[in-house]
Design a protein around this ligand. Structure first.
Ligand SMILES: [Zn+2]
Length: 200
């Protein structure tokens, strides 16, 4: 299991710099992908890395995992060469289209596809070197991160502020819709657990 300490070891050499150069940023992204492209990581790792991943970097990570026959979701340890494989699409235009059911060869389950998309939606499209606000390379667990995992939402975790629940349910509904469209079959709703009245 990949831990925050492993991530910290990768990041430490870059910590002394006030701002990352484009070259350093791309090296760092490459090293993070290398660290996470096999096996599974702790939830804390994904939360903490949300400030260092751009959408593109995360997509590259998912692709590397799939090439290695790992479920694309970094929290998952499933390796299944029969089911998970990289489909080589020679036509770059076709490759950009989301073909029906394409996610099934990249993830072990529909929920992991949704978890991965849910996470990706919260990432910044900007490359890390272009961000002036983020060179906070501290990965020690803080009181809270601003990124939530699908698992946090489904567990109704205290990390997720109550007032975000409606927006999050909406994101989940959109993801469910995209799965339905991709597979052509209706699936069970993913619903956030009702909060027990006694806890309120
Ligand atoms: Zn999985």
């Amino acid at each position: 299991m990949i831990t925050l300490q492993d991530v910290d070891a990768v990041i430490t050499p870059y910590k002394s710099q006030p701002m990352l150069s484009p070259g350093d940023a791309s090296n760092l992204s490459y090293k993070l992908i290398e660290l996470l492209m096999e096996g599974s990581c702790e939830r804390e790792v994904l939360r903490a890395l949300s400030s260092l991943f751009s959408t593109d970097t995360y997509e590259q990570l998912v692709q590397e995992r799939v090439i290695n026959h790992h479920c694309g979701y970094p929290l998952c340890g499933v390796v299944d060469p029969q089911k998970i494989y990289h489909k080589v699409q020679k036509n770059p235009l076709v490759a950009k289209l989301k073909l029906p059911g394409a996610y099934k060869t990249s993830y072990c389950t529909q929920q992991h596809y949704q978890g991965s998309e849910f996470y990706k939606k919260q990432l910044s499209p900007e490359a890390i070197w272009a961000r002036t606000d983020v060179v906070n390379l501290d990965v020690n667990p803080k009181d809270q991160y601003y990124t939530f995992l699908l698992e946090d939402v489904l567990d109704n975790s205290d990390r997720v502020p109550r007032n975000s629940m409606d927006t999050l349910q909406q994101s989940l509904d959109e993801l469910r819709l995209s799965v339905t469209q991709q597979s052509g079959v209706d699936h069970n709703d993913i619903k956030i657990k009702e909060h027990d009245a006694s806890e309120l």
